[in-house]
Ligand binder design. Sequence first.
Ligand code: PLP
Length: 459
Amino acid sequence: MHGLSLERNPIDILETGKSISDVIDGKIRQLYSGSEEPFYVVNLDNILERHLQWISLLPRVKPFYAVKCNNTTAVLKMLSALDTGFDCASKAEIELALSLGVKPDDIIYAHTTKPLSHIRYACAHRVNLMTFDNEEELLKISLVHPQAKLVIRIAVDDSKSMVRLSPKFGARLPTVRQLLERARELNLEVVGVSFHVGSGCTKSSAFRQAIEDARCVFDVASFLGFQMRLLDIGGGFSKIGDFQERFEEFSQVINGSLDEFFPPVSGLEVIAEPGRYYVESAFTLAVNVIAKRVVVEDRPGVQDGAESCPERLMMYYINDGVYGSMSCITFDPAHSKLEPYPHRAVKKSEPRYRSIIWGPTCDSIDKITESYWIPELYVGDWLLVDNMGAYTVSVTTDFNSFEKAHIYTVVTAETWLALNLSLNFAQILNLETQCGFFFSLQSCAPYCFASKVPDMLEM
Ligand code: PLP
């Protein structure tokens, strides 16, 4: 386990009694005279909460966080301190994880169509666990990483997910036997099965069916002589919007299916590759209104018809958009509707105007909202967007060379201390009595945290 390091990743400690809103207010005040750059405030405690929930609801499943979802260093450091593994999709992601002290054994190279040079890199850095779903991949791996521990990715029913992945990845069940036989001919070691039910999964039954499918593949592989020991249930989890209540239900179904098809006595290692789940609500984006146009149309303009006047269609131009932090609008159906809200306090009585919010670039696709009823804004006003952690910072482009949103990370002192290696016993006891925090970490983390306490104490 690695502590969070202040030197390498500047992280602000949240003062007692202060909230994330206070931090945002402070940053906006700081920027007031100088720059109007967009920025994120990242709440690391939010990630910890998600983690605690994960390990209490899915005790058999070790999370390998999907780096592609958000590769912010502080997030990766935090998760490494919590002893999660990492799902990396490329040489650069592996390089990043290793540079932060992640052990090669805590990485799964979870991409089934890898460049040869990236496989070679994985081999050179002892990253052995990797997925495949086709024969060509087996040939490449046998050439440059014959000692790899292979995980066969199967295509599963992802029709109930907002982002489908099976059209592109995963071996169909009828082809699995042939692929496994090919792996055996090439003297490769297959150790497990993986699947991904699709991102933004809406039906828990997808996990049950996929786990049952994985059982069939285990049986075929065992029959062929492979020592199967790993099941990877992928990603697909969320807890925002319509998904609020689903995680609990998903967990029950997953636990039940695991117990039915892979009883604990089997000694199986179960992992998952959650991305969205861990980071989605930890990031709040603050953007600035940099320009405004008012278009007057000859229609009633105030919502609910209290007043009748020519409609003023407000057009606001903000300094981040679809080519920056908000590309999810166009390509992430699980997060395609964003609702920026004014940072300033809004009176209930203020009229709302039909507004379009545009991003800063010269492209009209760069539109954040259409027909959005909000109070009037002025150039220089700030807007906030919640739940901006997933597939945002890692998917920005340089189009028009607008400045990318800066990232400011905050954490409470309790969390900071508990996750730092410089803890001593007195501090822990102190924390326990102050907030019960450390106690809850220990009791909720059967697979990792309790066993790591000696490390934390530097004994
Ligand atoms: N694993 C793989 C192989 C993926 O392709 C993805 C997302 O595309 C993830 C994990 C993370 O999925 P999610 O963010 O839905 O948890």
